[in-house]
Design a protein around this ligand. Sequence first.
Ligand code: CDP
Length: 236
Amino acid sequence: MAETARMANAAGKTGTPGEPRLVIAIDGPAAAGKGTLARRIAAHYDLQYLDTGALYRAVGLAMLRAGLDTDDEQAAAEVARKLDVSLLQDPELRSIEAGDAASKVARHKAVRAALLDFQRDFARQAPRGAVLDGRDIGTVVLPGADVKLFITASPEVRARRRWLELGGERADTPYEEVLRVVKERDARDASRAEAPMKPAEDAHLLDTSELDIDAAFQAALRIIDARIDARRNSDA
Ligand code: CDP
């Protein structure tokens, strides 16, 4: 019961009078462009943005650096509970290795539990509302979010985007390796028992395989604006 109230509050509509808060959940597989999209959406509606993947990456990176086994749930949960937030700015956070370690520690229930309140508090405390992106935002972290988007693209398109991000031809990792890792990480994220990656029942699916970032952004705005209008009309 308390949990339900807390979740309702996280996606609450109790912001500035006359201006309801807006909470947006964005989920989807690796390198689907969620981060870029989420940042632009947050700037457009003047909302706060949280990249929840960075939290899991920071736990994974800390484990790798300390030489700890990512299969060790207790050790991973301890790292998550005492998360060193300076790691969130670490350039290595975006590496393939940190992403891989992130999805290994993200399987553990105790790790997810340790990071849950931080994510919900972030959404609850943002004065005008917030955009969170990840894998389980619409299903677990903020089931009461006003708008839920599930961003996808084919594995090949996503791997190519990630490979270009890593430096393309100048990168140490060949495209085929990026594709392999992306597929492996998606399979792990989608098949885990705890908060698996999946679209919420009320999520809007947005396939960006054929869309550049501007077109994806415009498509997302149409969905969000329609929701804002519907909410306004139902309040009137
Ligand atoms: O940026 P990219 O799409 O490659 O991944 P990310 O969002 O940085 O997430 C890294 C990993 O953290 C994912 O593969 C998931 O295993 C995990 N994660 C999660 O389990 N739940 C979230 N809400 C966010 C990330």
